[in-house]
Design a protein around this ligand. Structure first.
Ligand SMILES: Cc1cc2nc3c(=O)[nH]c(=O)nc-3n(C[C@H](O)[C@H](O)[C@H](O)COP(=O)(O)OP(=O)(O)OC[C@H]3O[C@@H](n4cnc5c(N)ncnc54)[C@H](O)[C@@H]3O)c2cc1C
Length: 398
């Protein structure tokens, strides 16, 4: 399937199966405690490492397997069938965690750190969102140059994932406040042990329990200029390009969750007898199943189409548009599928510990994906902008 890959097609197929069994077995076993403690036990990180989940998406030069984006997204679909907080951690590990440094770090930083992602010797967080403004160019954290040419960071970030287990933060800050354009922003790789870096606790989330979240506060944090990513003024471009791919990882997560919810719903619909017949034989239930299945199929086609484009050219003409479409459509899919699942399960679906799987938890977990990496409105803004730019034309690889 992929001539560059460091594992054979057969090994890859076995790996997909291994990850499905791992997500639905050992990870599910850890989750009841995580639901209460809201913290991953060390065992989770050890198991993820043992199952190559920090390594599989990396290029071979950093200890990975040189998989194509299509293959990476297939792995993402499999582990997304497990607990949502663990999915959130593994989703980030497979993508933004290493990709930003690889794409925009200096040769010096890459030589120091790129081979440390493969076993989680280092982990990062992505810090864009703020309480004081809109997500994107409307941020207020500043990075001013001092006399030595280093940067002094001041400001805050909010809703930031993985703050409890990271060594570095990708921080987006204003370097040129007089610039009215997106080029006012720059991106930095900030060691979290730098004086002036603080975390601010946040309340428990609706679902995806265990994935640590916090606000960040920077107070006169002095950052060596070597930690600038890309060029000064490139911050918005770095954020948007990195988020485009990550949005499709969100879509693949929604795909994995939706597929799992459909399978559980089918099993229940066949077992549940009312008025002498399984509800699966009723037309009203068949319509639900058909709608769920169709949305899931369409989503899978969109994700695979994006992956083929990305494998051809990561900076291709339709990457941003197709990525935003994948994320938007994946929300519609998981929304419909989770709602229909709840109806098919009836009252039992509202309770924890269903013998068919975590109905109630999946319903909560999937709702984080509305917001992770940009709400639906933001996807629509991107799609409409790109659609106008392309005069309503989209291209597909043969
Ligand atoms: C579980 C979780 C994990 C997260 N992890 C991270 C992380 O690791 N790093 C990070 O940086 N952020 C993270 N976020 C933040 C996430 O990216 C934002 O919540 C999301 O982008 C929406 O921004 P907001 O919450 O500030 O909403 P708001 O900006 O307050 O927006 C509220 C609503 O208004 C709409 N809206 C806002 N501005 C406009 C506009 N100009 N035009 C039209 N509609 C508009 C939005 O689309 C949204 O529907 C996380 C969020 C969640 C829930």
């Amino acid at each position: 399937m992929n001539p560059r890959a460091k594992i054979t097609d057969e090994q890859f197929a076995k790996y997909l199966k291994q990850i499905r069994e791992f997500s639905e077995g050992p990870l599910e076993k850890l989750q009841p405690e995580v639901e209460v403690s809201n913290k991953f036990p060390q065992e989770f990180f050890d198991l993820a490492r043992a199952n190559d989940l920090y390594r599989f998406s990396l290029p071979a030069c950093y200890g990975g397997w040189d998989l194509s984006e299509l293959e990476i997204l297939k792995v993402q679909e499999e582990f997304s069938r497990g607990p949502g907080g663990m999915r959130m951690h593994l989703h980030y590990a497979a993508d933004l965690n290493w990709r930003i440094l690889d794409g925009y770090g200096s040769e010096e930083l890459k030589a120091l750190y790129m081979d440390k992602f493969q076993d989680k010797s280092i982990f990062t967080c992505f810090a864009l969102t703020e309480q004081s403004g809109g997500t994107g160019a409307d941020i207020h954290t500043t990075a001013e140059k001092n006399a030595e040419g280093n940067y002094v960071l001041n400001g805050e970030k909010w809703l930031i994932s993985h703050t409890d287990c990271c060594d570095f933060a990708y921080v987006f800050a204003v370097t040129d406040p007089r610039d009215p354009k997106d080029t006012r922003l720059s991106a930095f790789f900030v060691p979290v042990n730098t004086p002036g870096y603080e975390t601010v606790p946040m309340p428990h989330m609706m679902g995806c329990r265990g994935a640590g979240h916090a606000g960040l506060r920077f107070t006169n944090l002095i950052l060596d200029k070597k930690y600038l990513l890309g060029k000064e003024g490139q911050g918005m471009e770095i954020a948007m390009h990195s988020l485009a791919v990550s949005r499709v990882h969100i879509a693949a997560s929604n795909l994995g969750m939706s597929q799992k919810m459909l399978e559980m719903s089918l099993a229940r619909a066949h077992d549940r007898i009312t008025f002498g017949k399984p509800i699966a034989t009723r037309q009203a239930i068949k319509i639900k199943i058909a709608n769920m299945d169709t949305m899931i199929h369409a989503l899978r086609c969109m994700v695979y189409d994006f992956a083929r484009d990305f494998d051809e050219n990561p900076h291709g003409e339709y990457i941003d548009e197709k990525a935003a479409m994948c994320k938007l459509f994946s929300i519609d899919t998981v929304k419909l599928v989770s709602d229909e699942m709840l109806e098919i399960f009836g009252g039992d679906g509202y309770f924890e510990e269903s013998s068919y799987g975590p109905v109630e938890r999946l319903y909560r977990d999937c709702r984080a994906l509305w917001l992770e990496e940009g709400a639906p409105t933001i996807q629509r803004i991107t799609i409409a902008r790109e659609c106008q730019r392309h005069r309503a034309k989209l291209e597909y690889l043969p």
